[in-house]
Design a protein around this ligand. Sequence first.
Ligand code: COA
Ligand code: AMP
Length: 645
Amino acid sequence: MGGNYQEIYDGWKVAPDAFWAAQAESIHWFKPPHTVFDASEGAYGRWFVGGETNTCYNCVDRHVLAGRGSDTAVIYDSPMTGAKRSFSFDDVLAEVTAIAAVLRNHGVAKGDRVIIYMPMIPEAVFSMLACARLGAVHSVVFGGFAAHELATRIDDSGAKVVITASCGLEPGRIVPYKPLLDHAVDMAKVKPNYCLVFQRDELHAPLRYEHGDVDLAKAVEVEKMNGTGVPCEPVLATDPLYILYTSGTTGQPKGVVRDNGGHMVALHWSMSNIYGVKPGEVFWAASDIGWVVGHSYIVYGPLLAGNATVIFEGKPVGTPDAGTFWRVIAEHDVKVLFTAPTAFRAIRRDDSDGEFVRKYDLSGLRALFLAGERADPETIKWAERMLGVPVIDHWWQTETGWSIAANPTGIELLPVKHGSPAKAMPGYDLDVVDDAGHPVPRGTLGNIVAKLPLPPGCLVTFWNADARFHSACLEEFPGYYKTADAGIIDEDGYVFVMARTDDIINCAGHRLSTGAMEEVCAMHPDVAECAVIGIADELKGQIPCGFLVLKKNVVREQKAIEREIVQLVRDEIGPVAAFKTVMIVERLPKTRSGKILRGTMQKIADGLPWKMPATIDDPAILDEITDVLRAHGHASPDTQKAAAG
Ligand code: COA
Ligand code: AMP
């Protein structure tokens, strides 16, 4: 650790293969790769071709074999249940091996897909590692998604087995997972052979043994008693480790495919160089294993680098108060915290003077990293004041799996510019281009693109959808990966990420597709057409807002229809969609060619300056929309002024 960012970045640029070959030496290979990067393979080339390895081996076995078996690997802290447990690398190896044995007994082998639908409990992490041990491909589904989303993922991945828990715990309510899963399996075209269910004390799920349900904890006990060994299956560096479905521009989620070799190399590099942690230290990503942050920095990154990781089952506020994060940091000696800005907005709202902050000894904390959405400067400044440590904004996506731009504290702390996630990391050669693909001058807003090839750790394709990967990510700007983020790179090379260029919104750090919500709204029999946009929200950054045009003959009470549509989105996509704002309007504003003017509606809703689109069909409709928004407490009265100015 230590050094000069610019020298390291330039060194990578001059000799990328040599750079990554050196990083690959930190990983254990059963057989070393014969080629660092083969441009002729895959959609844009493949990393570490010919190498054989195993991700579970590198996360667990290797540390045990190196004599670190008794060191802490996993800390589970659940303010939801009051449970606190610590697992050493030896313990993790025992748990993971037993789950791997259960999976193997139920027919799971290398290349098979396993869906993991679990709350934030250690068994979720052990299940992911157990799949990796067997060379099986896991696909974790976030607990806040509903049955239909789960069914889509079962079908698309062709899952052979599902691992779940009897329930998740949300403040004030128990979320029974099993009925959701049963409903999903009933809906799915692909029927998994087995559902392994971890029974939690808070709620036991009735098991349908005749349908292939298995009590996971009991099966694990049997394997532990038998002392069943399960060796790590050698897989190719280029074999898939996992599929993580993420919102795309349609209701059909995109299955981001991550490989084994490149993923390990990139994450291992990031732990010391970006986050600046040393083996043995405690690293905490306060996210969920259902998201990419959870995959990379609750599970794989820290364990690969020999850090202890925290599995936190709770919220930043209300479990029980806005001091929970500080308690966890103090109690478990967390050195680096990583979370979403929305978590800090929530804490700041409840404890703006930092009363809770002062209650705990946070002297061990070295840095706070934020990602998942734009970090507003006010929140960053508040966090800096409260914690007295560097607050680092860094930018990445499910697709990339690690940061595209960051402030690499392990190399050197670059001067912080509020509102910017700092500079491109080695591996990423960024440009900002106009819609025709021409680079724009520094400081000009445009599409942020990354020159191909993408570095190790990034997605290699979408599961079973190479053509979709190509058209969504590689086609529009030939030779580049399209991030679908708009932004600026300034004279000093600092990146500013301003907005998505597609229909994705970030709500409470969760990535959602407004297109998917429109598809659900359109299913309601009374809806003629609809538009869903993201509107600004003080806490969550953005929330979805639906505009509905009802069919001509509908005479039912409008409030009842609104309630039904809110419920429909909750049932079809899940509570995580946070879809609670709907407005019934007479007409939607469109261009003369029939395109709905969502961007203009969004500006009006957020009280931002907007221009009358030259191609608008009927300008009066925008007044109607403004009136409806105002009646709902949005679109500040200044909007009109802004428009005029
Ligand atoms: N299982 C089931 N339901 C879930 C869930 C899960 N794992 N996660 C969220 N939900 C539900 C919530 O209970 C809520 O339901 P409700 O409508 O009945 O209240 C709904 O989904 C919306 O959740 P959310 O948008 O997260 O709002 P919230 O009010 O529950 O919490 C925050 C607000 C800011 C405290 C919370 O969003 C948070 O901690 N965000 C951090 C984000 C994060 O970690 N992102 C990962 C990327 S780093
Ligand atoms: P996800 O795939 O859920 O990680 O969401 C990725 C998207 O979140 C990115 O494409 C950005 O739009 C947004 N995002 C993530 N990190 C940042 C950041 N630091 N600043 C601005 N936007 C961000």
